[in-house]
Design a protein around this ligand. Sequence first.
Ligand SMILES: [Zn+2]
Length: 487
Amino acid sequence: MMRARTRKPARKRPRSHRKEPRGRTANRYRAYPTDEQLVLVKRFGGSCRFVKNLGKEQRDLAWRYGHHSLSYTVQSKEILALRNDSECGTWLREVPAQILQQALVDLNRAYQSFFDGIAGYPQWTRYSGWYSFRDPQDVKLRVKSRRWAEVKIQGLGWMKVRYHRPMQGAGIKSATVVMEPDGKVFISVLAEFHRRQPAKPLVEDWESAVGVDRGVKVAVAAKDGLGNADLIDREMWTPGERKRLRRLEQARERKKSAREKANREIAKENKDREARGDTPLAALAKSRNQEDTERQIAALHARARRRRKDFTEQVSTMLARDHRLSAFEDLHIKSMTASARGSVDAPGKNVHQKAGLTRAILDKGWYALEHRTGEKQVRHGHLHVVVPAPGTSITCPECAHVDKESRVSQSMFVCTNCGYEAHADLNAAEVIRERGMKLALAGGTPVAAHQGTNLGPTLVGAEPGAVGAGQGCGNEETGTSAVEGAA
Ligand SMILES: [Zn+2]
C-alpha cells in the first residue's frame, strides 16, 4: 500500500488497549488502634452510616415525590453544608469531609449498580455491630519492622498494623477501616497492579485446566488433566464451639424473654400510674450480662468467618496459581440459599432439609471460592470460566451418558452405560472441567446470567478468542480432541 504514508494516522486504538490493563488488590491487615483511635473509628463509622442512610432517604423521597433522581454532586455539596449546621454539624465536623463524601460515593455506586441491573436495590445500612468507613485519599503505609507497619488514615493519624505479609501492588488508592462485632479492627489497603495477559496460548498448557465441584459433604473437589484429583475440606466449627454456640444462644433467648416479660409488666403498671397521675417507670434495658452473651456469640461467629476466609483464600490461590484455566458450575447461590420457608402465599417444601443445605452452602463459602479464584486467575493471566450446571453429577465423562441411576450413592458414581467408576464429586469435577474447556475453546460463549446478574459472557481474563490456536474449532464431543489436533 503506497498510499499509506499520506493517509491520516491510523485510527486510535480503543482506550482499553492503550495501556496495560490495571486491576486492584486489597491487602488486609489486623490493626491495633490506640484507645483514642478506637473511639474515632466507631464515631467515623457511625457518621458514615448516618450519611449513607440520609442520602438514601433523600434519593428515595426525591424519586417518590418529584420523580427526579439526585446526583452525587448535589448530595456531596449538601453534606458539606450539613457539617456547618449548628445541631448535627458538631459531630459531623469531626469526621474528615472526604470520608463522609466517600460514603456518598459508595451509595452512588450502589444505585448505579442497581440501575445497571447488576445488583439489588440499595438497602438501609442497619446497626449490626460493624463499623466501617473508607479513606479515599493520601493513605500511606510505612513499614516499621519485620512484623509491624503503620497506616495513615485521615483524622486518625498513624495506626499500627500487624504486617503479616508484604503489600501486593503499588500505588495505594484507598483504605477501608472495619471494626467487627467482636471488637477487632482491620484495615484493608487497596492498591493497583498490572494485569498480566496470558503469556502463551492456553493450548500449550491445556492439561492443567481444572474443574471444580463444590459440595456440602466435601467443600471442594478439584480435578485436572495432569492426574491431580483432590477432595479438600475444612470444618469451620469445632464440636466444642458448636456446643458453646448453642448454649449461648439459648441463654440469649432466655434473657431476652425474661426482659420482655418484665417490660410487659412495667407497661401494665405504667397504665395504672398514668391514671393516677404518677411518674411512669422506665423500661428495662439490656443488662451488662446480656451484652456479654451477645459479644461472645459474635466472637464465635467471627472465628468461624475468619477460618472460612482463610480456607477460600488458600484454596483459590492454589487453584489460580497452578492451573491455566479453572471451570466452575454456574450456581445461583442467591436463589439456592433464599429462605426455605417461602412466603405466606407460596410456602416452601422440605423446609427443614433446605434450611440445613442453605446453612451448609453458606458455611463452606461457595460463592467466595468461585469469586476469589476468578479474581486471582485474572491476575495470573489465566482463564476462569463458569459453565452451565445441569446434570454435572449424573453425566459420565467417558461416554457422555446421562443417567440418574449412575449416581449410586452420595459418594459413588458408576456409569450405567460403560461401567466407568469414580468418586461422585471428582466425577462432577471432571464433567465441569470438560465443559469449561469446551466453552473456552469456543471463545467464551455466554452461559446463563452469572449470579443473577447480566454481565454477559462469563469468560474473564482475556478477550474472547485469546485462547490460542484451538479457538473456534472446538470439537462437538470433547474439547480435548480439538487441542490434540492443533498441537
Ligand atoms: Zn459411561
